[in-house]
Design a protein around this ligand. Structure first.
Ligand code: UDP
Ligand code: MG
Length: 153
């Protein structure tokens, strides 16, 4: 099976009416959406999500941020999707991310940065399990998959 990653359109992306534009970036790249749900993340789930950052100075703030308002949570699937999604997102803070990236095009600060994406296969597996049951992930074939992913190399 192709690789999977967990993407969250964070509270500022939803509040700023950017869901469509941000999802488009991933769609245009050819990354397959295999699961999605619109939820408000409870505080305890936000803490588990960012558990690797527990004890760091920004931990309480980022937990508060993630749980502050609804989000769109998605699983994307493609070979190499973890790195591709991270590149599309750009550097962590909008005020440092390159233009052309999601954070670089839509963000201008450090506090809010629009989008989360898993950073390794291990964190992807852990994070997908936080939000989705196996049966909520839909494996299917896109009609243009041969054209998207090629088979000539
Ligand atoms: N964060 C923050 N201050 C920091 C580092 C991180 O507010 O100095 C927040 C930010 O929202 C970031 C999240 O904590 O997206 C997780 O940090 P990480 O280093 O994993 O960045 P990411 O993987 O999201 O680029
Ligand atoms: Mg991270």
């Amino acid at each position: 099976m192709a690789q999977r990653t967990l993407i969250i359109l964070k509270p500022d992306a939803v509040q700023r009416h950017l869901i469509g534009q941000i999802v488009s970036r991933f769609e245009q790249k050819g990354l397959k959406i295999v699961a999605a749900k619109f939820i408000q993340i409870p505080q305890d789930l936000a803490r588990r999500h960012y558990a690797v950052h527990e004890g760091k100075p920004f931990f309480e703030g980022v937990v508060e941020y993630l749980a502050s308002s609804p989000v769109l949570v998605m699983v994307l699937q493609a070979d190499g999707v973890i790195n591709m999604a991270r590149k599309l997102m750009g550097k962590t803070f909008g005020n440092e991310a390159e233009p052309g990236t999601i954070r670089g095009d839509f963000g201008a600060c450090r506090g809010y940065n629009l989008v989360h994406g898993s950073d390794s296969p291990e964190s992807a597996a852990f994070e997908i399990g936080l939000y989705f049951k196996p049966e909520e992930i839909v494996d299917y074939t896109l009609a243009d998959e041969d054209w998207l992913y090629g088979s000539n190399e």
